[in-house]
Design a protein around this ligand. Structure first.
Ligand SMILES: O=C(O)CCC(=O)C(=O)O
Ligand SMILES: [Fe+2]
Length: 344
């Protein structure tokens, strides 16, 4: 038997939050202040919101396959570091960031599609023409992103009630759909690994934005329990969405909410096939302001830019600040030997 410890994120019903049900709000308050991660049950009995775990799951997987089957050469025509100013759209090849061990680079590829390109008609940015796999699914992607944004607003409204914020201070006001936003939807592929693979998975980080909705096909994601600092595996659940709170919401709540520290590592006996995940990164409007844990004032777009330059930096530079993980000097490296212990 493996000695693997699982996390047990709370399961919170979206329907309860939409009604501001006190029981659901209490669960959300506990999850947001203690761990910064929870499972969301997105099912609305009255069908008032599309349920992105059902048919959309298959559609996202098909999109990921269709899109990422192109050669790296073709995909690099949409290099995320070249396409726009803020790395919100385009292809991130494997190995662009530092990874989970000292010598490793990351080993996942991703394609991002910004909220504004799909859903915001009054947009200053130039319109991007995407690969056919995306262009042919514009209607699906628009409604998919819209429904994530609506779910995000329900969570933000609930968190605003928890913080006793007045309507004009509500977190929702800083995530308005008609203002420029850095939110994005992404599909990710982690190729199958073997024992000799040098480059691995996805290094430890907190998410830059406010709320991340995650779905995945397989094991691998770990989250760090804030009090014990132990890494725990997160079980993939088809019928639920995993929600991570990110830095922006942590800062906007004056550090009351935690941003979850997570990473993706090889999972014994499961790393021999591709792992897919897809995420909606709900992030604040460009100009939304907050103060970080040291009191420094940031516009959301500035924090985003600073965080991405740390994602792209070598490990030594990542270690020098607290931007990557929220803890200066800590980059959350994974040790292969422990993993091998588990396999024996
Ligand atoms: O693939 C996963 O499960 C996690 C992805 C992630 O943490 C991210 O893209 O920020
Ligand atoms: Fe993440």
């Amino acid at each position: 038997m493996f000695d693997i410890e699982f996390a047990h994120p709370m399961r919170i019903p979206l329907a309860g939050l939409a009604r501001l049900d006190p029981g659901a709000l209490q669960l959300l308050e506990e999850a947001a202040t203690q761990d910064g991660v929870f499972y969301l049950d997105p099912h609305m009995q009255d069908g008032s919101m599309p349920d992105p775990t059902r048919q959309d799951r298959a559609a996202c997987l098909e999109l990921a396959n269709d899109l990422l089957k192109s050669s790296a050469y073709d995909l690099l025509q949409y290099d995320i570091d070249e396409v726009g100013r803020y790395k919100l759209d385009g292809y991130k090849p494997m190995g662009r960031n530092a990874g989970v061990t000292e010598k490793a680079l990351d080993w996942f590829e991703a394609f991002l599609i910004s909220h504004d390109q799909m859903c915001n008609d009054a947009l200053d940015e130039q319109r991007i023409s995407y690969p056919e796999a995306i262009e042919s699914r514009r209607r699906f992607l628009k409604s998919h992103i819209d429904s994530f944004h609506q779910m995000g607003q329900v969570i933000l409204q609930s968190l605003s009630v928890i913080c006793h914020l007045d309507a004009d201070e509500s977190f929702c006001q800083r995530h308005r759909q008609n203002l420029q936003s850095i939110s994005a939807f992404g599909v990710l592929r982690y190729p199958a690994l073997d024992k000799e693979s040098t480059h691995l998975c996805h290094g430890a980080h907190t998410d830059v934005g406010s709320i991340t909705f995650l779905s995945t096909t397989d094991y691998g994601l770990q989250f760090q329990e804030p009090t014990s600092e132990a890494w725990r595996l997160i079980e993939p659940r088809d019928e639920l969405l995993l929600v991570n709170i990110g830095d922006s919401l942590r800062f906007m709540s004056n550090m009351r909410f935690r941003s979850s520290l997570h990473r993706v590592v090889p999972f014994p006996r499961k790393a021999n096939k591709d792992r897919y995940s897809w995420a909606y990164f709900m992030r604040p409007n460009y100009d939304a302001e907050f103060r970080d844990s040291e009191g420094k004032l940031w516009k959301s777009i500035e924090w985003h830019t600073a965080k991405y330059s740390v994602f792209r930096a070598p490990l030594s530079e990542q270690q020098a600040s607290s931007i990557l993980t929220g803890k200066k000097g800590y980059v959350g490296l994974w040790s292969r030997s422990r993993e091998e212990d588990m396999e024996s």
